[in-house]
Each structure stands twice: as C-alpha cells, then as structure tokens.
Design a protein around this ligand. Structure first.
Ligand code: SF4
Length: 392
C-alpha cells in the first residue's frame, strides 16, 4: 500500500514495483534466449549494492552475468597513499578523511585508524566542508585532507580550493575520474566485457559526453543507469536489446539525473583545479588521464608538493587475499579463501571488505555466502534480495 501523502515513498514504490520487475525479467529472458554468454560490467559500488541487495543476479538467465568493476573509492585508493597519510599522521600532522578510508590498510597492513591507536593524529569527516571548518577553527594546527573518490566528491574539493583554503589545510588528492577507467576495462582482453552499466551519479557530473571517445573506440553498449532495482533491470534490458539488434549505443536510462552535457559548473571547477594525469587504481592498473592531481598553481594547497610526497602507485594485498581480482571484477567474493573466514566486515583484511561500496562488504552484509547465488539455498533465502525475488 503506497502512502500517497509521502511523495518519496510513491516514487520509490514505482522504481521497486514487483509487477513491473516481473515484466522486465520476462523481457530479459526473451532477449537473452539463444544469445551466447554475455558479461555486463558496472563500475559503481552503489550499483553493486542495488544488484546484491535486491537479488537481481538471481533473476537473470544463466547466460547473463553482471560483474562488479572498480567502483569503490576505498578499494582503488593506492596503498602508497595510505602509507604516506599514515606517516604524516605519525609525524604529528592531523590527517582528515572519510570513515571507511581511515580503515583501509596500506602496504604494511596499517590503516589510519590503526596508527591513531599508536598516537597518530587522525580525524574522520563526512565531507571536505568539515575539514575546512575544522582547519579554520584550529589555525595553529596543520591539517591534511586525504581525498579519495571520483568526480562525485572531487568538485566540492575543487570548489573550496578555488574559494581559498585555510593556510593550514592541504589536500592529498587520490581522486580518480571514471570515464577513462571504463575505456580501459572495455579494452582489457582478460575481462571480456560485452557491455557496461555506467554509474549514474558520477555521470551526472561528467555527462554522457565524457564517455563518447571510449565508446567510439570499443563499440560496446553503454547504458547510464540509476540505483533502484527497476533502473538496473531496464538497463540490462536496454543492453540486451542493443546486443540482439547488433547496434551498440550509448543510452540513458537515468534521464531523471544524467544528461549528455553533465554538470558544467562542476566540470569547470574540476578542470580549473586538477590536471587529469595517468594514475594507479589499486588492484587494476595505471589508467591514462584518470588521476586528478592539483595543478601547479595550487601548489600551496597540495600536500604532495608541500611535504614532498610521491604520487600514489604502490600496491600490496595479503597472502591468499584475492582483492585485486575482486576489484577488477574477475571473481566473486566467495572465490576468495579468506571471505567470511579471516576476512569479515568486523575483521576486514582487504579494501573490498573495508569500503562501504566494496563488493566483499556488500556481499557479506547481504549474507551471500555461496558461489552459486542463483540457487535458493539457505544462504540465498536469508539474503534480503530474495524477499523481492519471491514476490515476483
Ligand atoms: S574477502 Fe577480504 S581478502 Fe578476500 S578478496 Fe574480499 S576483501 Fe580481499
């Protein structure tokens, strides 16, 4: 029963409507008939959450596979950036960052949270605005903000840099830009990806236009999608339709947010503040033009220049951990021997179990314990998503 007095509930009920989902699933099965194995990749932790939470993989035919790519900001932040942030904190500089970034471990398996226990100066903020406020209120202390994330969070940093940062606040930018990563993944032969569900919120900033050069090069379907279960099902339907017609296109499912041009103001701020240079994505590769590094004219705000820090590039994962394959979308969490044994949400070992948008964490929180998530085993039945599945 929809509460008509609550417009948000009314909208959500539309995008979670089981009757509509049932029709879409039937269409997807029709379109998938006789197709070879199709691998669709999304590059967004929020899409992974939607797909896992609502049990969408369990609704798809066997020949349609949806893989989670490197869409978790914590997962792709280089271990060396964590290392230098830890060193700064232990040297007495106040390092501010997001909660899940503070729990990611560097190459010596030490996180900012760990180093705080050893006297490191670490603070958790919800946004860059908090960091600006804290630094402004404490002018006699030095602060560094470790900025991780994509073009969704970077514009706020760019905006405040353009406005003028407090002189005691520097930025250690580990920000990454998604379109080149999609281009890189599309060209990665070991992944054999046939089509992409592109991230709705990052594309709201960059616009569909930013993906055009990569689409032109790879010629693989790209559908920009929102984050409700109907959004994802429609995106899969659109991709299969393109594959059946053999006419790959860039299509927009998320018309309520994504446009061709994107957010021009945010893009302008990013272009003014950052150089887009080759950058390492942890577990993946160095991806051309994907790292947002502060331009030379903002040297006074750049922690790398002020403290003489290297660009992020180092990598480390513990023995037996298969985090790199998870981040790249090659395997699923139950394929890792540490998943839900040594590595759990309360005892995370690798970044995909630390990051709120990490695939391992999302699967663990939805209690997916088995490789075959299509079966209706005990593990599947306790998955929240199957409540939705069973209503179909
Ligand atoms: S379960 Fe833990 S160790 Fe294994 S891939 Fe996931 S995060 Fe890495």
């Amino acid at each position: 029963m929809v509460d008509s007095a609550d417009p948000m509930k009314a909208v959500l009920s539309r995008y979670r409507d089981p009757a509509l989902a049932r029709k879409l699933v039937a269409r997807i099965w029709d379109l998938a008939r006789d197709l070879p194995k199709i691998r669709i990749m999304h590059v967004c932790g929020t899409h992974e959450w939607t797909i896992t939470h609502w049990g969408i993989r369990a609704l798809l035919p066997d020949n349609i596979e949806v893989r989670g790519g490197p869409g978790c900001p914590v997962c792709i932040t280089p271990a060396s950036d964590i290392d230098v942030a830890v060193k700064l904190a232990l040297d007495g500089i106040n390092v501010l960052t997001y909660g899940d970034v503070s729990r990611a471990k560097g190459s010596r398996m030490i996180s900012l949270e760990d180093c705080a226990a050893d006297g490191g100066k670490v603070g958790v903020v919800y946004s860059f605005m908090d960091a600006v406020r804290i630094a402004s209120s404490n002018p006699d202390s030095e602060y560094v903000f470790l900025g991780a994330g994509f073009e969704t969070t970077a514009p706020t940093v760019a905006y405040y840099i353009l406005k003028g940062l407090p002189r005691n606040l520097k930025v250690l930018s580990a920000h990454r830009y998604v379109p080149p990563a999609v281009g890189f993944l599309a060209e990665s032969e070991d992944l054999e990806i046939d089509a992409f569900i592109n991230p709705g919120h990052a594309s709201t900033v960059s616009g569909m236009r930013a993906y055009k050069p990569y689409f032109d090069k790879c010629g693989k379907p790209m559908v920009f999608a929102g984050f409700e279960p109907i959004d994802v099902l429609v995106a899969i339907y659109m991709i299969l339709k393109q594959l059946r017609e053999n006419v790959p296109r860039m299509e927009n499912e998320y018309v309520r947010s994504v446009t061709w041009e994107g957010n021009l103001k945010a893009q302008k701020a990013l272009q003014e503040v950052f150089d887009f240079e080759d950058g390492y994505w942890r577990g993946v590769a160095i991806i051309p033009a994907s790292a947002m590094n502060l331009k030379e004219k903002f040297s006074q705000d750049d922690a790398r220049r002020v403290y003489g820090l290297e660009r992020g590039g180092g990598d480390y994962f513990p023995q037996e951990a298969r985090c790199a394959e998870i981040i790249k979308g090659i395997i699923n969490p139950p394929d890792c021997p540490l998943y839900m044994k040594a590595c759990t949400p309360s005892t995370p070992i690798g970044p995909p179990m630390v990051g709120l948008e990490g695939t391992c964490r999302i699967w663990a929180q939805n209690r997916i314990l088995v490789k075959d998530f299509r079966c209706m085993s005990e593990a599947c039945r306790i998955n929240h998503g199957t409540k939705y599945v069973r209503r179909l």
